[in-house]
Design a protein around this ligand. Sequence first.
Ligand SMILES: [Zn+2]
Length: 205
Amino acid sequence: MRIQFLTQEGCCRVCGRSVEDAKGGFICEECKTRRPHYDAVVSAVRFVDEARELLLKYKSAEGLWLKEDLVDWIEAAARSRYDIASVDVVIPMPITIYHRVDRGYNQCVYLARALAKRIDRRCIENAVARCGHPKRQAGLSEEERIENVKGTFKAHNASQIKGRTVLLVDDVMATGSTLSECAKTLKEAGAWRVWGLTLARSVRE
Ligand SMILES: [Zn+2]
């Protein structure tokens, strides 16, 4: 099976995109121009080939048996990038209401819960919720994506995230605009740092 695991070598230390000639501590031009609201993000695998098939299977309820393997992947990615001892809470990225109706469950909650257990941290499942109904992000430009998700998250349980370092878990990341908007909401609610962690990333070539 060809799963392409991602490394952080030669990547921007904020968005994690691979950049030619990047050295340690490098920040890419895009992040310098428009800094995302998350402090960093790391992804385990590229969203291509077999990884893509596996994840799509996992997104349907029949693929739940894959969970432990996928948790292995995100745990390894998180440990390779972050000081896990500094993480206070794990928070799953909420999915939109209509997606939840479609699939019947939120796969990010399963991942976040399992990861939290492994690193012995609390998983706060309802720390942030979706509000509003943004259009699908696919096919939109970067500007349109940022605009489309603006104001679509709402934080709850602010007392539990205030001053904390949050590990925000999502399944697939594209440009990161949704992750950034969610991080913004968490920070407005008082989170100190928001570290993103996604299972897969669709990488622009
Ligand atoms: Zn960057």
